[in-house]
Design a protein around this ligand. Structure first.
Ligand code: ATP
Ligand code: MG
Length: 441
């Protein structure tokens, strides 16, 4: 590169800026989710984005896609520590629960929201920095809490106005049951060794269950006829799974059992689930979760039953059709135009009072003529302009002008009566009031 041309600085491929007004839609989604979670007793937890690499290799399993090829791992050049940008949240959450003894006294219902990092090929619905809302319950053996998590997600879809999301469930049983199934599955697949694709060849002895999840059309008939894990479950696992299904039926939740639903991560057992949609092309999974009773002990904690799910925020946002106007920035309630030193001081004061009363008060910044300031107020779609010149300011007064109702005209009033006047006359009992402006997402 020519040393005289400054390098163009750009975000990293697959790591996106979320710009306004899209970012405001994200914030509303997060607020709706947080409110939903609160009603089920889940508490927020905030966790580091970087963790020691061994946490993930131990928690997720060395022969998974994530650990094999998707992790951003590096050596901290300042001290030699081996670190990884978190590819998912469950491992870090379990680490925190162990480290702080959270589950020693009582069950913990926790959630977090934030970025995750995976070195995948960027495409629609698949990014290198993406965001999850993760929900975990520690200390409860289920299946009641498993069902509760599914009810919670159904409520969230409803409150977001999403209809076309389907639930698939499966049971991965217990480790001994998986071991017996695994032996039979390997023997079965070896019978087709010439027809297995490269991925399947590679996973045959390391992670054969994952082969069943293959998206390769040529592998479909082999996978469809493979031994089903469900046939290997003992009485206890079957009862756990049957109870989960009963609670879902009682709650009127439609689901299908997908015997080929496996999780990409090693730590799952018993019930697993996925919410999928046909509206996102190949990236169809919106939310995935299940039980992971072995994880806490595997990470050195006291054996603690646990289950959880993670939903992909980008995929969810792609599903939520932007309602009319939701992409336009919200107009201010009041635009304050002012000119002169005294007027400017009063404008600052009045704007703060309007904000105290809950209004979006946009104070004109940068000077200019009243005409130019009023043009700005109009172009933003403000409901009112408050006009203050030094003349008004000298007597502690302002001019209030409605930009939407011509019959109102322009009225002079005391500055300290302004916010009460606007609230009484325009926002109470008005169906275009402030509180209704933020509906939709
Ligand atoms: P997929 O099969 O799509 O690769 P996964 O099994 O790797 O998904 P999980 O680890 O279960 O996904 O993560 C839970 C959710 O996070 C997914 O259902 C999806 O909505 C979202 N997700 C996973 N990876 C990405 C990514 N690279 N970009 C955007 N969202 C993602
Ligand atoms: Mg993946």
């Amino acid at each position: 590169m020519n040393p005289s041309t400054p390098q163009r600085l750009q975000s990293i491929r697959g790591m996106n800026d979320i710009l306004p007004p899209e970012a405001a839609r994200w914030a509303r989604l997060e607020a709706i989710a947080a409110d939903c979670l609160r009603r089920y007793g889940y508490q927020p937890i905030r966790l580091p984005v970087v963790e020691p690499t061994p946490l993930f290799t131990r928690a997720i399993g060395a022969v998974t896609d994530i650990v094999e090829k998707e992790m951003y791992s590096f050596v901290d050049s300042l001290n030699g520590d081996e670190l990884t940008l978190r590819p998912e949240g469950t491992a870090g959450c379990a680490r925190a629960v162990i480290q702080h003894g959270l589950a020693n006294q009582s069950a913990q219902r926790l959630y977090y929201m934030g970025p995750m990092f995976r070195h995948e090929r960027p495409q629609k619905g698949r990014y290198r920095q993406f965001h999850q809302i993760g929900v975990e319950a520690f200390g409860l053996p289920g299946p009641d809490v498993d069902a509760e998590l599914i009810l919670l997600t159904r409520r969230l879809w409803r409150e977001l106005g999403l209809a076309d999301i389907r639930l698939q469930i499966n049971s991965l049983g217990q480790p001994e049951e998986r071991a017996r199934h695994r032996a039979d599955l390997i023997a079965y697949l070896e019978g087709f060794s010439a027809r297995l694709d490269a991925d399947a060849q590679r996973r045959l002895h390391s992670n054969p269950l994952r082969i069943l999840d293959s998206k390769n059309p040529e592998m479909q008939d082999i996978c469809a006829k493979a031994p089903k894990l469900l046939d290997y479950l003992g009485a206890e696992s079957l009862a756990h799974f049957a109870d989960l299904q009963r609670i879902l039926r009682d709650a009127d939740i439609d689901f299908v059992i997908n015997p080929r639903l496996v999780r990409g991560l090693d730590y799952y057992n018993h019930g697993v689930f996925e919410w999928v949609t046909d509206n996102l092309g190949a990236q169809s999974a919106v939310c995935a979760g299940g039980r992971y009773d072995g994880l806490v002990a595997q990470l050195g904690g006291k054996p603690t039953p646990a289950c959880g799910f993670a939903l992909g925020v980008e995929r969810l946002m792609a599903l939520i059709a932007a309602h009319d106007g939701a992409n336009a920035p919200l107009p201010p309630d009041v635009y304050l135009a002012h000119q002169g030193g005294k007027a400017s001081r009063l404008a600052f004061d009045v704007a703060e009072k309007l904000r105290d009363a809950g209004m979006d008060a946009r104070l004109h910044c940068g000077g200019g003529s009243f005409k130019a300031q009023m043009k700005k107020a109009d172009s933003l779609g403000a409901a009112f302009a408050v006009i203050i010149g030094d003349d008004e300011a000298a007597s502690g007064e302002v001019q209030l002008k409605s930009l939407r109702d011509e019959t109102f005209g322009q009225r002079r009033m005391r500055a300290d009566a302004l916010s009460g006047f606007i609230l009484d006359h325009f926002f109470n009992n008005s169906d275009t009031g402030r509180n209704n402006r933020h509906g939709g997402i």
